[in-house]
Design a binder for this molecule. Structure first.
Ligand code: SAM
Length: 472
């Protein structure tokens, strides 16, 4: 496997190799690095990997440590190649017989897909990256949770991602619930193990420690192809790529990861990188929720952000009436409307009622089609269109201008209702941001501002469309 890099990035003003950066980092991240952090680049080379000679680890202005080019790197150069044994991955099918290892595999089987990043990883390189000593590398595949039990690990990355406390404050209930559940499973699975078989040397692991581990891993993990199964297919596998994961994120990256089929190692190739440019990867076209949860930062004006709403008939009736529709019938759709709602998976026993605003689609197609259909009385007009047409905002007013205006105004009213659920206004958040708030509060405020701005943008766009329709 290789990783390809593409160019363009801003210059960093400070460029220091890791050893020098350690002191600087210590000032910014007081507890993150141990006094004499091992040289990660040297380690990758000793392990048989390749690192382009101009690549250095340096302290950036705002995103912590990162990779920087100390001189121009020509287009097409390989940047980093990791030999196959370096990426930290877990596929659950290891034939490892060591008991403490099998206990971990068993535990990992309780981790659902959504929490895939809490998988098992070799602790060696994780240890290297966050400053553990070399002995950590001797272990075989390990749950990254073991990192919890190394020296003072909980503080090591604390400035790097949203703290577990932050998770609680922001009420990210799903993950909290999972971690609390997993804590119970873990205690149950490990209670009768002999000390030698215990994966965490007999130490207690609570949900707070699990939260730390999840944050530590999720901010540095990638989803790539796993190993080939006998039938030749390849599943996705979560992996940690030491050194490559020192790249910070940009939606306009100058680097990308490419997996080479042939030898399963990883490179980073560049088109062209100028001296002092940071090497930037796109972590993914993710919503603010995922950036915040998995990486602990918020991107202002994130074009991939969206808000989630529940398709709720009573709420839609209320929104529609607020939008001036006299008697909306979301709560009592006629049979033909109900049939379409079930085709849209918004009605029926296994329906998926989560709909979104913003992101790629301004109004999620399913919601738009439902609004158009329920707000229309014209079954014949509806029959002239297929579902895809009804779901598309680029198809203008397929069921007539009056239905379209009602549908779009209903979404605007939904936005007003959604905004009303926030305890503050954008301006209040902005002035709070100017006060001396904690990093976690700052993140929460940025997140809230981003969400509210998104709703306001959707409202503006839809109101403009309504005006244009009315002008016709
Ligand atoms: C994979 S690590 C990158 C290396 C990291 N900066 C370090 O010091 O080790 C991901 C973390 O870098 C930081 N980061 C990366 N890109 C960022 C961005 N565009 N804005 C803010 N923080 C960013 C976040 O703390 C994130 O959790």
């Amino acid at each position: 496997m290789s990783s390809k890099m593409m160019l363009m990035a801003n210059s960093l003003t400070h460029v220091r190799p890791l050893t020098c950066a350690a002191a600087a980092a210590a000032a910014v991240y007081p507890s993150r690095l141990v006094a004499q952090p091992p040289d990660l680049i040297k380690w990758v080379k000793i392990e048989g990997g390749f690192v382009q000679k101009s690549i250095k680890i340096a302290q950036g202005d705002s995103f912590g440590l990162g990779l920087v080019a100390s001189e121009d790197i020509p287009k097409g150069s390989d940047l980093i190649a990791l030999p196959q044994h370096i990426p930290l991955k877990f596929d659950g099918s290891s034939s490892e017989s060591e008991n403490s290892h099998s206990a971990l595999i068993k535990l990992a089987q309780h981790v659902p897909g959504v929490n895939w990043k809490l998988g098992a990883f070799d602790r060696g390189a994780v240890g290297y990256e966050i400053g553990f000593e070399a002995s950590a590398r001797e272990s075989k595949e390990r749950f990254v949770l073991v990192a919890i039990h190394q020296q003072s690990p909980r503080d090591l990355l604390s400035a790097d991602f949203l703290s577990w406390r932050g998770y609680k404050e922001l009420a990210v209930n799903k993950r909290c619930r999972f971690l609390l559940e997993f804590e119970k499973i873990l205690k149950h699975e490990l209670e009768n193990l002999k000390p030698d078989d215990h994966p965490f040397s007999g130490q207690d692991v609570d949900s707070s420690a699990l939260g730390w581990a999840m944050s530590a891993v999720s901010s540095r993990a990638f989803r790539l192809y796993g190993s080939k199964s006998p039938d030749g297919t390849r599943s996705n596998a979560p992996m940690m790529l030491p050194l490559i994961d020192m790249c910070n994120h940009s939606f306009d990256p100058n680097a990308e990861i490419v997996q080479e089929e042939a030898n399963s190692d990883r490179n980073m190739l560049v088109k062209e990188i100028k001296q002092n440019d940071p090497l930037l990867l796109n972590y993914g076209c993710l919503s603010s929720d995922l950036f915040l949860l998995d990486y602990g930062f918020v991107i202002p004006s994130n074009p991939y952000d969206c808000i989630e709403l529940k398709y709720d008939a009573a709420l839609l009736d209320a929104a529609s009436m607020a939008a001036g529709v006299s008697s909306p019938n979301f709560s009592s759709p006629s049979p033909w409307q109900q049939q379409i709602l079930s085709h849209l998976n918004l009605d029926g026993p296994n329906s998926d009622l989560k709909v979104t605003l913003g992101g790629g689609e301004l109004v999620e197609g399913r919601l738009l089609a439902a609004l158009r259909v329920v707000l229309s009385n014209d079954e014949e007009a509806m029959k002239q269109h297929d579902l895809e047409t009804l779901k598309s905002l680029t198809v203008e007013a397929p069921l007539g201008i009056s239905t379209e205006v009602s549908a779009l105004r209903t979404v605007v009213a939904l936005c007003v209702i959604a905004l009303g659920h926030f305890p503050t206004k954008i301006m209040e958040d902005e002035s709070l941001l100017k006060q001396n708030v904690s990093p976690t509060t700052e993140l929460a405020l940025q997140f809230r501002i981003q969400k509210k701005s998104l709703i306001v943008d959707v409202m503006r766009d839809l109101s403009k469309r309504v005006k244009l329709l009315l002008a016709k």
